[in-house]
Design a protein around this ligand. Structure first.
Ligand SMILES: Cc1cc2nc3c(=O)[nH]c(=O)nc-3n(C[C@H](O)[C@H](O)[C@H](O)COP(=O)(O)OP(=O)(O)OC[C@H]3O[C@@H](n4cnc5c(N)ncnc54)[C@H](O)[C@@H]3O)c2cc1C
Length: 208
C-alpha cells in the first residue's frame, strides 16, 4: 500500500509524539523516533499500544464499487483468520504466569485465580517457549501489548521485554519470592511470597 501511495511506511508504532512515530529497537529495550520525509505515511500500530476511544456520532459509510479484476487485481478467495482462543488486548483483568510458577502442572493454579477474578490467563515468554501455555497468551514485545485494569504477575521477574507489554496496566500486583525483582519497580503492590502458596490461598479467599 505504501509503495502504491508513494508513502513512507512505519510499522509497530507504539507512540506518536511531536518528534515523530516511536517504534521499538534493540530487542525492544529502547525506542527510536521515526519521521518519514514523505508527504504521506502508512502506519501500523502495535496491538494494544493505544487505548481505543469510543467513537462519537455516526460515521458516514461510503460504498466504493471497485471491480475486482481492475488493474490486474483479482479476487483469490476468502479465508477467515485462525480464531485465537483469547484476545488479551480486550481483557480487563489478566493474571500472568512466569517461570517462577515452576512447571506446567502448576499453570491451572494460576488459571484458576484468573477465573476467580473474571480475567484471562497471560504468560511470560519462557512459559510459552516451554510449551506450558499457548503463544496467544504471551505478554510482551513478541507477544501482546495489554492495558488491563488489573495485571497480576505471578513469578515474573520483570524483564524489559515483558514490561513493554504490560506497563500500561492501570494497577499491577506482582507475586515474587524475590523482594528485589525488577517487576517491583512497576508494581503497585509487590507480594513477597512463594507463588504456589500465595495464589491458591488468594483464590480460595476470593471464592468464599
Ligand atoms: C527479542 C526478545 C523478545 C522477548 N519477548 C518477550 C516477551 O514478549 N515476553 C516476555 O515475557 N519475555 C520476552 N523476552 C524474554 C525476557 O527477556 C525474559 O527472559 C522473560 O520475560 C523472563 O520471564 P520470567 O519473568 O517468567 O522468568 P525469569 O526471568 O526466570 O523470572 C522468574 C521470576 O520468578 C521468581 N520466582 C521463582 N520461583 C518463585 C516462587 N516459587 N514464587 C514466587 N516467585 C518465584 C524469581 O524470583 C524471578 O523473579 C524476550 C527476549 C528477547 C531477547
Amino acid at each position: 500500500m505504501a509503495a502504491g501511495l508513494k508513502a513512507g511506511q512505519v510499522t509497530e508504532v507504539v507512540a506518536i509524539t511531536e518528534n515523530g512515530y516511536e517504534v521499538g529497537c534493540c530487542n525492544a529495550k529502547m525506542r527510536r523516533s521515526v519521521k518519514p520525509a514523505t508527504a504521506k505515511t502508512v502506519l501500523t500500530v502495535q496491538a494494544g499500544a493505544f487505548t481505543a476511544v469510543q467513537p462519537s456520532g455516526s460515521p458516514t459509510i461510503e460504498k466504493l464499487d471497485i471491480p475486482a479484476d481492475s488493474k490486474g487485481v483479482s479476487f483469490g478467495g476468502y479465508e477467515p483468520a485462525e480464531a485465537k482462543d483469547v484476545d488479551l488486548t480486550k481483557a480487563e483483568v489478566i493474571v500472568s504466569a512466569g517461570r517462577g510458577v515452576g512447571k506446567k502442572d502448576n499453570i491451572p493454579v494460576i488459571a484458576e485465580l484468573a477465573r476467580a477474578l473474571g480475567g484471562e490467563l497471560g504468560a511470560s515468554r519462557p512459559v510459552v517457549d516451554s510449551g506450558w501455555v499457548e503463544h496467544s497468551h504471551q505478554v510482551g514485545t513478541t507477544g501482546q501489548t495489554v492495558s488491563p485494569k488489573l495485571y497480576v504477575a505471578c513469578g515474573i521477574s520483570g524483564a524489559i521485554q515483558h514490561l513493554a507489554g504490560m506497563k500500561k496496566s492501570d494497577f499491577v500486583v506482582a507475586i515474587n519470592k524475590d523482594k528485589d525483582a525488577p517487576i517491583g519497580e512497576v508494581a503497585d503492590v509487590l507480594v513477597v511470597a512463594d507463588v504456589m502458596q500465595f495464589v491458591p490461598a488468594l483464590t480460595a479467599a476470593l471464592q468464599k
